[in-house]
Write a protein that binds this ligand. Structure first.
Ligand code: G16
Length: 539
């Protein structure tokens, strides 16, 4: 059979014996077995766009925090959200079809089942991070898109959140919800201007050293800096680990995942005590802050800290603006949130906390139900979203005095500064700096709001991670049988103990998290639970 789709699929045959799954953040695995997946993702993207009458759909080629030899791909919905779950399932099926004819038939079946007009326009935006395999994989997507007759806009290298931004801008252009100009310059201008307005002439104390994980965030941050107010008036940023010429250095001994998992600064870090630092991940959708205290001890300010800082600041502005009776703020976390952070939000900030499974798509959905939803994973991935009603209220509200007017204008600038389509390390970083400047805080004051419970995160390699099934927002295992009981027994032996195990959605491993009253107890609990997981996973 000869059809452009069959030909494109046959040009990139699937390796035998591999099963692909659209996981936590799309397809992720070793880059050298991804060609066939990328071509088929091109077909799904074209179908998804046609199903929405030609709305722009995004395709991002990245493996984010994963090692340089990995790569991946994810699809972005028209408003910059993650792909709808039903389409994740279709993508998985498409990726696992044996050959060109099966793929072609499935393509037609999807169209028939979802009443998609295959003559309708298909529009797709593509971008990639700086991985060496990116160019080849882009070619594979392009082959799929071309064979399906899609119109393609290739933005070259972008951070993942920039791609989400482009998609939202393209789909809202010329409407009352227009999000911005769909160009890189448009992105820098929007966030640069919002940063300046939100600062209200306040200057963050000291500079900020930004570790860019040797990924795409490096060159993009260098560009963004050109659009920020001059460093003497606002923020002095020192960019480090921005070597994209050596793709093998991506995420190696640097970046947000390294810092969060190892609870230490990148070994190359040269900052002194009290210097504020942050690390982005490989595609700049996560950020964590940290510093050395006066005793030279490493102190981490992770996603939980960003959530508490931002929720308390936005809560203050809403109250000062006189809107506290009508606008409620809530915080969304995952099981990885430190117990002390959850307690702080509930008992000190008196805000509601929801817990969802890992993956920003889950947090985003929960946050959409709130007036102002602050959602961050402990690993630094997150953002704040405002409901349409809340945005309207804030836009229409007439302040009753200068104090209210001031708070209202800060709130409006924060709305512009926050990338509401998805967690964005660059926008989150600027937001944190705004809050610290307004509070006149350094990292020590930020840290002093509460004390984290010591914790440990471990990665366990097992034969088959799919046997690890969870419930209760991943806090409890339902399979393998009996394992949860064993974990509970270990947890009960330590003070303030909590631990859980879950299969990663981006790597072939099971993750174990443990926290307890002391570092020794947390480490010990993590090690014991990891041993239990290892045993259960090797049978
Ligand atoms: C992705 C997801 C995050 C998730 C992380 C780890 O991050 O977008 O929401 O927390 O993977 O997931 P897992 O523990 O299942 O491997 P990123 O930054 O890699 O895109």
């Amino acid at each position: 059979m000869s059809d452009p789709i069959v030909e494109a699929v046959q040009k990139h045959p699937a390796p035998e014996g591999l099963q692909y799954t659209y996981g936590t953040a799309g397809f992720r695995t070793k880059a050298d077995v991804l060609d066939s997946v990328l071509t088929r993702v091109g077909l799904v993207a074209a179908l998804r766009s046609r199903s929405l009458k030609g709305k722009w759909i995004g395709v991002m080629i990245t493996a984010s925090h994963n090692p340089p030899e990995d790569n991946g791909v994810k699809l972005v919905e028209p408003l910059g959200n993650m792909l709808q779950e039903e389409w994740e399932v279709l993508s998985t099926e498409m990726a696992n079809k044996a050959n060109g004819e099966d793929v072609f038939k499935f393509y037609q079946d999807i169209a028939a089942k979802h009443k998609i007009d295959l003559k309708a326009p298909a529009r797709v935006v593509v971008a990639r991070d700086t991985r060496a395999s990116g160019a080849r994989l882009l070619g594979c997507v392009q082959d799929g898109l071309k064979s399906a007759g899609a119109e393609v806009k290739d933005y070259g290298f972008l951070t993942t959140p920039q791609l989400h931004y482009m998609v939202r801008c393209l789909n809202t252009e010329g409407t009352k919800d227009a999000y911005g100009t769909p160009t890189e310059k448009g992105y820098y201008e929007k966030f640069g201007a919002a940063f300046k307005t939100a600062l209200k002439g306040k200057k963050p104390s000291g500079g900020l050293t930004v570790d860019c994980a040797n990924g795409v965030g490096g060159p993009k941050l260098v560009e963004l800096i050109k659009y920020l107010p001059p460093k003497d008036d606002a923020l002095e940023i020192h960019v480090v680990n921005d070597n994209v010429i050596k793709p093998e250095s991506l995420n190696v001994d640097c970046g947000a995942d390294f810092v969060k998992t190892n609870q230490r600064a990148p070994p190359s870090s040269k900052t002194g005590a009290g210097d504020r630092c942050c690390s982005l991940d490989g595609d700049a959708d996560r950020v964590v802050f940290y510093f050395k205290d006066s005793s030279n001890v490493f102190r981490l300010l992770d996603g939980d800290r960003i959530a508490t800082l931002v929720a308390s600041f936005l809560g203050d502005q809403v109250r000062l603006a006189g809107l506290a009776d009508t606008i409620k703020i809530g915080v969304v976390q995952t099981a990885y949130a430190n117990g002390a952070a959850t307690q702080y939000v509930e008992q000190h900030l008196k805000l509601k906390v929801d817990c969802t499974p890992t993956g920003v798509k889950h947090l985003h959905h929960a946050a959409e139900k709130l007036d102002i939803g602050v959602y961050f994973e402990a690993n630094g991935h997150g953002t704040v979203i405002f409901s349409t009603d809340t945005l309207d209220q804030i836009a229409r509200y007439e302040p009753k005095n200068p104090g209210q007017a001031e708070a209202l204008s800060v709130l409006r600038a924060c709305i512009d500064l926050i990338n509401q389509s998805v967690g964005d390390a660059l926008s989150d970083m600027l937001l944190v700096e705004v809050v610290l400047a307004h509070k006149n805080w350094g990292p020590q004051e930020w840290l002093s709001t509460y004390t984290d419970l010591p914790n440990r995160l471990l990665k366990v390699l097992v034969n088959d991670r799919t046997i690890f099934k969870t419930t209760d927002a991943e806090r409890k295992l339902t399979s393998p049988e009996g394992l949860q009981k064993q974990i509970d027994a270990e947890v009960s032996k330590v003070r303030q103990g909590r631990s859980f195990a879950r299969a990663s959605g981006t790597e072939d491993a099971v993750r174990v998290y443990a926290e307890a009253a002391t570092k020794a107890e947390a480490e010990d609990l993590a090690r014991k639970v990891a041993e239990l997981v290892k045993q259960a996973g090797s049978s």
